[in-house]
Each structure stands twice: as C-alpha cells, then as structure tokens.
Design a protein around this ligand. Structure first.
Ligand code: SDX
Length: 431
C-alpha cells in the first residue's frame, strides 16, 4: 500500500512539501515534518506541544477520550488489581511481565540496593530543617552523578541496567532521609526483609527508640498508588528527562531534571496543592465561591486536581484512587474524614457546572491521592516526593528508550522570533 502523505504548499513561492503520514499500533497517526524546514523554510508552531509527537514509544498508551491508560499494553486497572509495583517496574523496564524466577531476582536486586552512600546522607545536613523535601530530593539525586561514576557510560547496556536498579531502589531511601531531616529525627536504614512499600513506611515512621510495625493497609495502598503513578507517556517531567538525557548528560542528572519539572503545581505538585486548596475551602458551603474563582478569567486560581492535557474524560487513575481512598479511610476508621467528604462534594458540584463540563475538566490523578497520603500520616510537603518515587521507573524507562532510539538526536526546538530587528549599539551618552 502506497504511503499516505499530506501536501503543504507555499502559495507565494509555490514550494511544496510532501509529508509522510505514519500510523502507530494505537492512537492518532503522525505527520512526519522532519523535512518541512528544508523544503518550505518554515517551522511548525505548537507551544506546550499539545499537537506534537516528540518520539516513537512502546512504553505507555493513553486514550484521553476513552479514559484509557496502558503500560506495555496492559490496562492500568488490571495491573492495579492483580500486580505489584515492583512487577510493574519490571514490566516497564523490560517490556514483558516477569516469570516467577525473573520477578524474584528483580525483587532481590532492588531490595539489596536500597542503601545510599553514607557521604550522601551527610548532604542532608546542608539543608535547613524547613527546606522543602522536593528541593532536598532533587539536589541529592543530582548529587548521585558525583557518586556513581562507575556506571554512567550511557552506551553500555550493563551500566544502564545498574543505573535503573540503583535509582529505583534508592529513591525511597533518599525520600525518607529528606523526611527525617525535616523532622530532626535520626535516619532509619532500609531493611532487606521488607518489601518496597513496607520499607518506605519503615524508613518514614520508625524511630530507633521503639519497635515499629508496618500497617499492611498502608503498605498495600502505597503499592497501589505507586502502580498508578509509575508512568504516563510524554508528560512534562518525562519529556524533561528525555530532553536532558538527549545531550548525553549523566543519567542521574536527567532524573533530577525530571524531579524539578514534576514539582510544579500544574504537574506533580498538584497533589500538594489539592490538599492546601481543600483546607483553604474548608467547608462545603464555600465550594461555590472557589468554583467561581476557578471560572474567573481575571483570577489565577485554578481548581487543583482538575483538568488534564490528554484526558478529556475521567482520568482512569482518579477513578481507581477514589475507590482506594474510601477503602483506606474505612479500614483506618477515618471514613468520616472531612477532607474526603469535602473532596467528594467538590467533585460532585464541579462536574455539574457547565464551565467544567464544557471544558471537560475532570478530577485527575492528583485529586484524591493526597487524601490517602494524609490518612497514612504522610505530610502534605511529602506528597510530590511520593509521586517522584513512583514516577522514577517511568522516567528511567523513557530515558533508556531514548538512548537507544535510532532516530535519537539532541532535542533542540526552534522558535518564532518576534523580538527587535537588527539595530546598532548606541553609546550611553546618546541613549
Ligand atoms: C499531572 O501530562 C500528564 O500526563 C500529567 C500527569 C502525569 O501522570 O504525569 O497526569 C500528572 O500533572 C496531572 C495534572 C495535575 N495538575 C493540576 O491538577 C493543576 C490544575 N490543572 C490545570 O493546571 C490544567 O488543567 C492542566 C495543567 C492539568 C492542563 O493544562 P492544559 O492542557 O494546558 O489546559 P489549559 O491550561 O489550556 O486549560 C484549558 C482551559 C483553559 O480555559 P480557556 O483558556 O480555554 O478559557 O481549561 C481551563 C483553562 O483556564 N482550565 C481550568 C483548569 N484546568 C484547565 N480552569 C479551572 N481549573 C482548572 N483546574
């Protein structure tokens, strides 16, 4: 079958560009515009990249209209119900679900690489006690490029594997160290007899002075939340990791760039912003006031946890998290959580408002996750850190795909220049 092409023609010069249309396995086709500038001398313009595919990928697929999310072809709701976070990590990194022995080996590899260099631990003492945990985590992850020179040959597959295992294994430990530093409490070392989520809770909440027993409800909820946050196609932070990595930068630095991008309230920082917003709203009778603010073009306030660049139907993760939220609160005896009640009411009212309906603004992954974290005793300032721990495997998977992409080259977009035309320098006494 002959290739499908789009034709573009410059009406003034008559120059034409024949652009190939390429189909993927699922989702929209792409128009290959790589020859456009050479043929027509013009760039495409797409601020925010809402209509731009930056790469080919085999990792995650999102259907925004159907509210569908799949990792390596497996619907996230099935993985949420049947899998574990480390099994999902294996699936993302290797492309296939592991056999029993493969999963056991992977779990042992991750479980025995959770400690961090003692000198890295001392870096936390350089932060003021009230430093935001995301600032500490971003800084310490960036410092890993100074500690692990032995495995940063990005063209060495074995180094890429060690990097992947190391960063996935150590993120909870780094996060816990940031949390303990903010509390002024001693750091708790990871334990090899605990699974990923149990270890995180142990490092967060155990103290040397007493025995600590991990709450299985909390561990199960965190493992599930991590599955739902593990990857999400070419989102802002993942694209940042790809762009930083495209220069050949140290992979730990690329992940640190992703952490920085995730921190923004328009992205992963939204889960923290949702809790702050719910606390500011305070009660059901004030909901309409804040919905009016969100609709007011002259007011910068947005309803945090609502809206998404891709999902124009329910975010499938939000639907699952809402159910988990209700179960966790019930299991923990917090079913009457005023914050959860307020969130449910806010969602109900917003989804009946024509502004939100017309703009297809539904709750996203960040709307309910913070309520669960809060119920588990995790402070609001740590919510985006939790997101970063989970998304690290997605960042690493995309980084690895980018490194070996035969079409891969340094990311270097162009621009539409609207600044001043050429002009000569004038001496200060003539200005
Ligand atoms: C994540 O990309 C990903 O996949 C991200 C993520 C992942 O897993 O990696 O899913 C995680 O980041 C989820 C999103 C978390 N952010 C928030 O909850 C913050 C609140 N949401 C908005 O900031 C916004 O909806 C975005 C950033 C999520 C999406 O922004 P877009 O796609 O650029 O949409 P937009 O800003 O152009 O909004 C379109 C319209 C605008 O109105 P008009 O200019 O057309 O009149 O909808 C309005 C916006 O003003 N709008 C909102 C709104 N979100 C969009 N109005 C009020 N409240 C909101 N939350």
């Amino acid at each position: 079958m002959s290739k499908k092409t789009y034709l573009l023609q410059d009406p003034e010069t008559g120059k034409r560009a024949e652009l190939e249309v390429r189909d993927g396995t699922l989702g929209p086709s792409v128009v290959d515009i790589r020859s456009l500038y050479g043929e027509l001398g013009a760039f495409t313009y797409d601020p925010g990249f809402a209509s731009t595919a930056s790469c080919e990928s085999t990792i995650t697929f999102i259907d925004g209209a159907k509210g569908l999310l799949m990792y390596r072809g497996y619907p996230v709701n099935q993985l949420a119900e049947k899998s574990s976070f480390l099994e999902v990590c294996y699936l993302l990194l290797h492309g296939e679900l592991p056999a029993t022995d493969e999963l056991e080996t992977f779990e042992t590899t991750i479980g025995t690489h959770t400690m961090i260099n003692e000198t890295m631990l001392r870096l936390f003492n350089g932060f003021h006690h009230d430093a935001h945990p995301m600032a500490m985590v971003a800084g310490v992850v960036a410092s890993m490029s100074a500690f692990y020179h032995d495995t940063t040959d990005i063209n060495n597959p074995h180094h890429r594997d060690i990097f992947a295992h190391r960063i996935v294994a150590k993120m909870p430990t780094i996060a816990a160290a940031a949390y303990k530093h903010s509390l002024g409490q001693p750091f708790m070392y990871p334990r090899n007899d605990l699974n990923y989520a149990q270890n995180l809770l142990h490092m967060f909440f155990a103290v040397p002075a007493a025995e600590y027993e991990v709450n299985p409800i909390a561990a199960e909820a965190i493992d599930l939340l991590f599955i739902l946050h593990a990857d999400h196609e070419q989102n802002c932070s993942t694209s940042t990791v790809r762009m930083a990595g495209s220069s050949g930068a140290n992979p730990y630095s690329a992940i640190a760039a992703g952490i920085a991008a995730l921190w923004g309230p328009a992205h992963g920082g939204a889960n923290e912003a949702v809790l702050n917003m719910l606390e500011e709203i305070g009660s059901v009778d004030r909901i309409q006031k804040y919905i009016a603010k969100a609709k007011d073009k002259d007011d910068s306030f947005r309803l945090m946890g609502f809206g998404h660049r891709v999902y124009k139907n329910h975010d499938p993760r939000a639907t699952i998290i809402r159910e988990v939220c209700h179960k966790v609160l019930k299991d923990l005896g917090r079913v009457d959580s005023p914050l959860f009640e307020l969130a449910l009411k806010l969602e109900e009212i917003a989804l009946k408002d024509e502004y939100f309906v017309e703009k297809k603004l539904y709750p996203n992954v960040d709307f309910y996750s913070g309520i669960i974290y809060r119920a588990l005793g995790i402070p609001t300032s740590m919510f985006t850190v939790m997101f970063a721990i989970a998304r690290t495997v997605g960042w690493v998977t995309h980084w690895r795909e980018m490194i070996v992409d035969p079409d891969g080259r340094i990311s270097r977009p162009r621009q539409l220049y609207i600044g001043p035309a050429a002009r000569d320098y004038t001496d200060i006494d003539k200005r």
